[in-house]
Design a protein around this ligand. Sequence first.
Ligand code: SF4
Length: 329
Amino acid sequence: MRPFQYLRPADERAALAAASVEGAALLGGGTCLVDLMKLDVMAPASVVDVTALPYGAVEDTPGGGVRIGALVRNSDLAYHAAIRERYPLLSEALLAGASPQLRNMATVGGNLMQRTRCSYFRDAGVGACNKRHPSSGCAALEGHHRMHAVLGTSLSCIAVHPSDMCVAMTALDAVIHVRGPSGERDIPIVDFHRLPGDRPDLETELGRGEIITHVTLPASPFAAHSRYVKVRDRASYAFALASAAVGLELAGDTIRSARVALGGVGTKPWRSREAEGALVGRAADVTNYRAAAQAALAGAVSRPGNAFKVTLAQRTLVRALELASGRST
Ligand code: SF4
């Protein structure tokens, strides 16, 4: 780990000033940043510890939604009564992530900014990684890419987005609220994470000096019929090979509205409007679930090491839809 300046601003104004300095990195729970600093993958000139800021509450909003402070710990959010009752999908996704110890430290803001687990990215000794060093190449394209993405990839990067929480929030139409030198901005989560394109080093829409203050979720009609299903190499403390977050609004046997997001397969938390379009107005049955899964992965681009993910993601989505609706084969 390289030397750095540690700052712990007492208020928001001081935090925004510190965050605007070139080379600054924000510290919440530290479960990603400190890890990458120890690996010499990230070497910020200053670390701005924002944990003294008043971003730690979960509150109801007018209209039946919820406002989640950026510093709410993943464990606290997962077990919060309002989340368990009105957004059980989010609670399930949070509890599927990492380990209890990490969830006790990790924050909502940090989870939104979580970086990929691509082993080449995390190995500072590997030269070819466009995400660490733009225009250096991508070792994963011809290397070991079993865990890598099949949706949203480019020839510059195929790294998968690792978060479970973000997949659930994507299905729930979350909005990210940020504050920075130019004031406040609200960014729908589907627009918050960028596709890699030819600049995989640019991962989110968060600008220099901006801080995530909170996330809002609109009122959800999906609480009764929603599920997060995660498939991984072992039963806990493993990243997703494929995951699916689904919410269904049913009118009898007909799907009135649907939300579908996938994890473990996309370069960003992957909202599948194609799958949603294949479900809405149709009967809640496995034939239509399979059609939705086909639609969700129709644009997949796989490589020899991760081709299995296409079928796995389809089956994961079908299973999530079956569990959410209570209708299975
Ligand atoms: Fe780097 Fe992305 Fe290639 Fe991994 S997949 S080596 S993060 S450029």
